[in-house]
Design a protein. Sequence first.
Length: 123
Amino acid sequence: MKRLIPILTGKEDEEEFIEKIMKGETLKQLILLNIVKREEVEDVPAGYAGSRIKKGEDIMEKIKKKTPSEIEVEENMEWGDPIDKIKAVTKIKDIDQIYMKKSKEANNVKKALRNLNVDINMI
């Protein structure tokens, strides 16, 4: 089973969330997706953009370190609209499940992707 974890809130490195995304006997692969929205980094100092990217990388690294060795982890970074990027990765990587940290943005993503044949979970 392939599980997609989009980094949307910056809180995906919380212990409870990490524990829940690891559950499942058939979990074979975690796809971590750091999405940088263009509007977050346009017309801001370069240092802010760099810190936003670094935070996502740090979250992915923490999740990777907590992942059992029998589960493959793939880290990705994409620029653009979260819905478009999550939809594209879901189709390209043949994702079975998406796990997201509860947020307004996660609700929007869930609504937008409801027609995909994928199990969407919010924690």
